[in-house]
Design a protein around this ligand. Structure first.
Ligand code: AMP
Ligand code: GLY
Length: 432
């Protein structure tokens, strides 16, 4: 099967690797040396420009297309692939609106009676923003569109004074004309992703990402510093939490079908387990990064076959290993505030392979045979084992075999951090 993959991060490197029973072609905005190596042919162009992508693939034939990053979906790249007669396993621009328009997302949940939204309102004036900040007391303030997870400011986390929150809402209103004000959700976040064929869903194991930059969940939000999974359940969750999450994901897929915009692709639910049940923070219309790396390492089936079955509306239910996984992102020194770019990195590939960890290339480039950093995340290190402790240990070994001006969060996947989450959830559930 000739598969065209669009995207060039560590997530896409993991997807490309898992398509090893297919003939891979790729389109990237910047050359990812690892994806390039796995591809029979690749093209570099602006992957967020539908016309340019259409011109790039003109005259070529593929059996299946998969566009991965959020901005490509919002730019209608899946529609372009479909227009070229290719079967497509990623959502149309209309279906991916669930991610790129948070007001649409909340309104859709309301319309179809899907539970899990906090109180919210889209405001157009600072006076309305202030009214809601008083009414909800603790809030999350966000733009409606895509921000790579970095556009949200939450009371008590990113600001403490009403004035500072109000200033942020004003900035958004000046820029976009609107701001979304939501009641603050308190609890533990987790990710549930599903393969969707327009009607049915095939859910992947739950995963916990770490958005904050520094050890102990301090610092600003990033694209994600790492993630872990522990089989069909995370240690701070109950089975009923997963069932609630599945019900919400299925509800969205059924709602989008009724809206005439069926969702073929990966639906990603960012959930918060709270004292009052499972709440939905946001949806993504794509694999999570890093969560794709955890989930794909556990997938027992051919990713190519599952993607094809999604595109054809005949989902093959996926099956997963129950192992634990840890992903840690190696990022440039100074990341996220003042990252040092263009710095050389050496990778001890043989030793990494021996350690059992795996390396996925994120934002690095090749200069005369040397791998160089950029200002974004550099590599994701994955490890898998029967226990989380073992997986975390292996991931740390993997990180130690990459040399350069890089750092990573050493606490991700450690027992001490997971214990804190368990205790926090126990205490929240006890407050009911
Ligand atoms: P989003 O871009 O909507 O995924 O938000 C990024 C991060 O902001 C989430 O992962 C949460 O940590 C936080 N966040 C967003 N909305 C809320 C909310 N209503 N309450 C608490 N935290 C939130
Ligand atoms: N891990 C967060 C995201 O992919 O949006």
């Amino acid at each position: 099967m000739k598969v065209l993959l669009i995207g060039n991060g560590a997530r896409e490197h993991a997807i490309a690797e898992k398509l090893d029973d297919c003939e891979l072609y790729s389109i990237m905005s910047k050359k990812n040396p690892a994806i390039a190596q796995l591809s029979k042919e690749y093209w570099i162009c602006d992957i967020e420009n539908a016309d340019i992508v259409a011109k790039t693939i003109a005259g070529h034939e593929f059996d299946l297309g998969f566009s991965s990053p959020d901005a490509t979906l919002a730019a209608g790249i899946s529609d372009v692939l479909g227009g070229c007669g290719i079967l497509v396993a990623s959502p149309s621009r209309a279906a991916s609106r669930i991610e790129w328009d948070k007001s649409y997302m909340r309104t859709l949940l309301q319309k179809y009676g899907i539970k899990g939204s906090p109180k919210f309102e889209v405001v157009k004036s600072p006076a309305d923003a202030l009214r809601l900040m008083k009414e909800y007391d603790q809030v999350a303030i966000k733009p409606l569109g895509l921000t790579g997870g970095k556009g949200v400011k939450v009371s008590g986390e990113h600001f403490t004074q009403t004035d500072d929150g109000l200033k942020y809402a004003e900035t958004l209103i000046t820029k976009d004309g609107t701001a979304l004000i939501e009641e603050k959700l308190v609890g533990e976040e987790f990710t549930l992703q599903a393969f969707c064929d327009g009607t049915r869903i095939g859910v992947m194991p739950p995963i916990q990402d770490h958005k904050r930059a520094f050890v102990g969940d301090k610092g600003s939000n990033t694209g994600g510093m790492g993630s872990y999974s522990t089989g069909p359940l995370l240690p701070f969750l109950e089975h009923s939490d997963i069932e609630s999450g599945k019900k919400i994901l299925q509800g969205v897929v059924s709602a989008l079908k009724k809206e005439g915009t069926p969702f073929h692709g990966i639906l990603y639910g960012q959930f918060m387990a709270t004292a009052h049940g499972i709440k939905i923070v946001e949806f993504n219309a794509r694999f999570g990064d890093p969560e794709a790396i955890n989930a794909l390492s556990l997938l027992n089936d051919s990713l190519g076959n599952i993607l094809l079955s999604m595109a054809e509306g005949q989902l093959h239910q996926p099956s997963f290993s129950n192992d634990s996984t840890v992903v840690k992102y190696l990022v440039p020194q100074g990341y996220p505030d003042k990252p040092i770019a263009d710095s050389p990195v050496t990778i001890d590939s043989a030793a990494i392979e021996e350690s059992g960890a795996k390396i996925y290339y994120a934002s690095v480039y090749d200069k005369g045979g040397k791998i160089m950093t950029t200002s974004s995340r550099s590599f994701a290190i994955l490890s898998k084992a029967t226990t989380l402790e073992e997986a975390e240990d292996k991931a740390e070994k993997g990180c130690s075999l990459i040399h350069g001006a890089l750092w990573h969060r050493e606490d991700i996947g450690t027992n001490s951090l997971v214990e804190k989450r368990i205790e926090r959830m126990k205490s929240l559930r006890g407050q009911k």
